[in-house]
Design a protein around this ligand. Structure first.
Ligand SMILES: [Zn+2]
Length: 323
């Protein structure tokens, strides 16, 4: 009898498809990124990311309660300070924008996990992720000290997970050491282990005002053409003490996610970045894509590739769709 195999039998109805489905998105997989801007009573729309806003810390309790009641387990905070300087000192002020934000959120929604991004690009006047040397290059080792100070200030403010995104060599190790020495040995590190120098970060830079004033970030973020290097980056971070590793961006890098998931048993997170979000939003606005279906398909593919959790600006919408 021809055909001998009939895989279509299991696709005939939605019930059959549900029964044999291999990958499921759960609310528990989601992490929602939030931009926090120093100031008061702010909820500024981000032009390149329709539906996303910059919130001042006093606006966060309400948002945190909404996120928490939707059962999304975690948020990831990015700070936009009032003052910038060459060393990014506002990143580790005790009353800095992130430090205030963490306290506000933890007071309002104690069960909501607060992950804090540790980097300097939003806080330096030159917009690079580290301290510049005499030649204008990012000095790796000078930056490490500042990063560990920032991480410690986040932990003191109540951050649940520290997430260094700077791509300096050795930063996971030095942050782990400084957390441990100060009694924060229980605070996990989620490292942006495999972070590419991606064009898809464009809308984020508008949102956070963090575009470098000169040059680019190719001297520390990874070349999009490389994949063996991703294995080395992940291995170093795990060895230095990363509890969760990340691949960023997500959708154009599914092969990298799959490789890392196969190679390491450390929990894996992927970041569906601003450009991925804005593309779907733009196509929906033009009437070219079905937004909800596209959101769910993109996240399912990221999870199918091997990601355990996903940072996505769509998190609140996905929580609605799933419940
Ligand atoms: Zn940065």
């Amino acid at each position: 009898m021809f055909p001998e195999h009939r895989p279509r039998r299991l696709r005939r109805t939605e019930s059959l498809r549900r029964m044999v489905r291999e990958t499921h998105i759960r609310i528990d997989d989601l992490i929602y990124p939030i931009f926090v801007k120093e100031g008061a009573s702010l909820k500024e729309p981000i032009e390149a990311m329709p539906g996303q806003f910059r919130y001042s810390p006093d606006m966060l309790p309400k948002l945190a309660k909404t996120i928490s009641s939707s059962k999304i387990p975690a948020v990831l905070l990015f700070g936009i300070p009032k003052e910038k300087d060459p060393a990014g000192t506002s990143a580790h002020r005790r009353d800095g924008v992130i430090q205030q934000a963490v306290q506000r959120i933890k007071d309002a929604a104690p069960d909501l996990l607060v992950i804090t991004d540790v980097c300097l690009c939003e806080y330096t006047d030159h917009g690079h992720c580290g301290i510049l040397d005499d030649k204008g290059e990012v000095s790796n080792d000078d930056t490490l000290e500042v990063l560990s100070t920032v991480a410690l200030s986040h932990a003191k403010a109540g951050s649940d997970i520290i997430a260094p995104s700077d791509m300096m060599d050795g930063r996971v190790g030095i942050i782990r050491e400084s957390l441990d020495e100060s009694g924060f040995e229980h605070i996990p590190i989620m490292s942006y282990a495999v972070k590419y120098a991606s064009t898809f970060y464009g809308p984020f830079r508008e949102a956070a005002g963090s575009a470098p004033s000169s040059g680019d970030r190719k001297g520390y973020q990874m070349d999009p053409a490389n994949v063996r290097e991703a294995l080395r980056e992940a291995a170093y971070d795990i060895e230095e003490g990363a509890d969760i590793i990340m691949v960023k961006p997500a959708l154009p890098y599914l092969d990298v996610i799959r490789l890392i998931a196969d190679e390491f048993d450390t929990p894996l997170c992927s970041f569906q970045v601003s450009g991925e979000y804005s593309m779907i939003k733009a196509a929906f606005t033009m009437g070219w894509l079905n937004e909800d279906a596209c959101i769910m398909e993109s996240l399912t593919c990221i999870k199918r590739a091997g990601s355990d959790m996903i940072i996505t600006y769509f998190a609140p919408r996905v929580a609605e769709l799933l419940s």
